[in-house]
Design a protein around this ligand. Structure first.
Ligand SMILES: C[S@@+](CC[C@H](N)C(=O)[O-])C[C@H]1O[C@@H](n2cnc3c(N)ncnc32)[C@H](O)[C@@H]1O
Length: 270
């Protein structure tokens, strides 16, 4: 009996500490809208969302080349950790029937505003991607770009993405690569990474990410996100990065540098 109480107590403490962590994560993302610093227009205006979209797809030039935003017409698509809905708007413009979930109220409010100002249809819900209200096998496509690495329990979120996708559905995910050019540069030059101060920020090797996705029947991994000129940093380090590092790195054939891509993209089937 005494042993049972101890096990229950330990479990309750674990749950309590995960809940506190999620609260910290929620508070952080309510205060730190992704790419906010790069917007020139006031927050929540049409210009603001246009700025974020322009910046995002300049920085992530690879994204529309490997994610077919227009290829899911009439498909039921869920984005977990949708932020202000920049990618989700692309899927919606392409004809997908979209739902966005995010832990942070501020993200959900801005995503709704983004869709309203751009005349798009979508459903948004405040929620935890580790434990969602949807039935099993609900969505044709589940998308989680830059989210798994920031949550309290990554395996729980991955299992949840697996649960809500249909048996013949597709899951698209991205986490950061610990063995990447950007991590190396950050460690050697001391340049901070975006959201390094978030309550949780995990980086994975390709092998570790594969292990996280062990429950999927088929997984294709594509490391992406190679250097492009930075608009975020200023000063000597930025000059070195923009005019020496970026051009030199990009003359090396991609098949040599491929595994050092900062974003490990995964395309998986249930
Ligand atoms: C770096 S932002 C990425 C936003 C968007 N996916 C993008 O690529 O622009 C991370 C987002 O994940 C959300 N997030 C973190 N943990 C989450 C969780 N457990 N459930 C739902 N959303 C979560 C945050 O609130 C934040 O909006």
């Amino acid at each position: 009996m005494a042993v049972r109480t101890t096990v229950d107590e330990i479990r309750a403490q674990e749950i309590g500490s995960l809940e506190r962590k999620l609260e910290e994560i929620r508070n952080y993302w309510n205060e730190h809208i992704h790419d906010l610093k790069l917007a020139r227009h006031p927050i929540g205006t049409k210009g603001f969302f246009a700025d974020l979209e322009e910046y995002r797809f300049d920085k992530l030039r690879y994204l529309p080349k490997i994610v077919d935003f227009g290829g899911y017409r009439e498909k039921n698509l869920l984005e977990v950790g949708c932020g202000v809905g920049i990618d989700l708007a692309r899927f919606a413009r392409g004809g997908a029937v979209v739902t966005g979930v995010d832990l942070a109220q501020k993200s959900i409010e801005l995503a709704e505003k983004n869709f309203e100002l751009n005349g798009l249809q979508g459903e948004f819900m405040l929620g935890n991607g580790e434990d969602m209200e949807f039935d099993d096998n609900t969505f044709d496509v589940v998308y989680a770009h830059g989210v798994i690495q920031y949550t309290a329990n990554a395996q729980k979120m991955v299992d949840e993405l697996h649960r809500v996708v249909k048996p013949d559905g597709e899951i698209i995910m991205m986490v950061y690569n610990r063995k990447s050019w950007l991590n190396f540069l950050s460690a050697t030059l001391g340049v901070g990474l975006e959201h390094e101060d978030a309550p949780v920020l995990r980086k994975y090797t390709i092998q570790e990410f594969r292990e996280l996705l062990h429950g999927f029947s088929k997984v294709e991994i594509i490391p992406e996100r190679f250097p492009v000129k930075s608009r975020l940093h200023k000063g000597l380090k930025a000059i070195f990065f923009n005019y020496i590092f970026v051009p030199c790195f990009n003359v090396i054939p991609r098949f040599i540098t491929r595994n050092s891509g900062w974003h490990i993209m995964a395309f998986a089937c249930k």
